[in-house]
Design a protein around this ligand. Structure first.
Ligand code: NAI
Length: 332
């Protein structure tokens, strides 16, 4: 099948080329993101392969269908970037990679927590400048602290288990509690109780209409003063303005982000020689107790190998008319 890869970086291509070693598909790559203005690049292809910051709006779906595209293959788990009503209306099939390495994201979440707590990002710079003083670097023991896990699916579960290993008390909130985690000691509770009791709150639920700005000013007020908030889910789970205010007044003690509400146009690009126009992220970057990574939680060798393999497997199954175990459909 002829596949147009949008937002394709050099480090991804190697994995997809390797996964396509039999030459079953013709892979064409562009670094350009999929938008209404760029959809024409898909002309002549039967499938498009997209990532987290590509956009399939109703207009893009219409354009793709008109060009003869039949399949949208997401090389990621989340699918909030696709207007599923529109893709269904235009007869486009959507597939994704529901699980590649929950451990990759869970372990990165822990990396953010440890770095923020023990101020590794500050210590690293200090030592490089010959400053070996410990002032202001004090952290806290994780053992015995309460961790709130919002969304206990594949990633939330892997994360919860790691934190149990640290000796933490782990609270969970999920409309579908996991009995296996309960048996291991996770206590499910309401969202508000989780926020009230947790020293660290970590978000692992999908971005949907129901979870948009799940963490807003009212919810932050429920959190313990000085608590840590970690978001490796999707940027818009958090109301960024509210979080900045809470950091300014000291209510929020730490913030770790791997995703950001307005990350499109910023993340995955080298902007080190440009003037960043986004005043919210530049404000966030000034706080000593904020650590931001640019959507790299998934980025391990194991995860990339699995993403490439499953994406091409999905495409081959579609081409051969086989059942699509990873199809994404609009529910309700
Ligand atoms: P999953 O589908 O296995 O788990 C999601 C869980 O969230 C489910 O148990 C679901 O019941 C729960 N949930 C749904 N609505 C909720 C709500 N309102 N409150 C609390 N829980 C709710 O998904 P998985 O694989 O664990 O991924 C979770 C999210 O992580 C993805 O949707 C994606 O947005 C994000 N992600 C981020 C990556 C990164 O590189 N930063 C990489 C992969 C995923």
């Amino acid at each position: 099948m002829k596949i147009a890869f949008f937002s394709a970086r050099a480090y991804e291509r190697a994995y997809f080329d390797r996964a396509n070693w039999e030459g079953l598909h013709h892979l064409w790559y562009t670094e350009v993101p999929l938008r209404e203005e760029t959809a024409a690049l898909a002309n002549g292809h039967e499938a498009v392969c997209i990532f987290v910051n590509d956009r399939v709006t109703a207009m893009v779906a219409k354009q793709l269908a008109a060009m003869g595209v039949r399949l949208i293959a997401l090389r990621c788990a989340g699918f909030n970037q696709v207007d599923l009503a529109a893709t269904e209306a235009w007869g486009l099939t959507v597939v994704r990679v529901p699980a590649y390495s929950p451990h990759a994201v869970a372990e990165h979440t822990v990396a953010l927590i440890l770095a923020l707590n023990r101020k590794i990002h500050r210590a690293y710079n200090r030592v490089r400048e010959g400053n070996f003083a410990l002032d202001n670097l004090m952290g806290f023991d994780l053992c015995g602290k309460t961790i709130g896990v919002v969304g206990t699916g594949k990633i939330g579960k892997a994360f919860a288990q790691i934190m149990m290993g640290f000796g933490c008390r782990v609270l969970g909130f999920d409309p579908y509690p996991n009995p296996e985690l309960e048996a291991k000691g996770m206590q499910y509770t309401t969202m508000d109780t989780l926020l009230e009791q947790s020293d660290i709150v970590s978000l692992h639920c999908p971005l949907t209409e129901a979870t948009y700005h799940l963490i807003n000013a009212d919810k932050i007020r429920l959190m313990r003063r000085g608590a840590m908030l970690i978001n490796t889910g999707r940027g818009a789970l958090i109301d960024t303005q509210a979080v900045i205010q809470a950091l300014k007044d000291g209510h929020l003690g730490y913030l770790g982000l791997d995703v950001y509400e307005q990350e499109e146009g910023l993340f995955f690009r080298d902007l080190s020689y440009e003037i960043i126009q986004d005043d919210l992220i530049t404000r966030l970057m000034t706080f000593p107790n904020v650590l931001i990574t640019s959507h790299q939680a998934f980025f391990t060798h194991e995860a990339m190998t699995e993403i490439a393999h499953t994406t091409l497997h999905n495409i081959t199954a579609f081409e051969r008319g086989l059942p699509l175990e990873n199809a994404v459909r609009k529910t309700g």
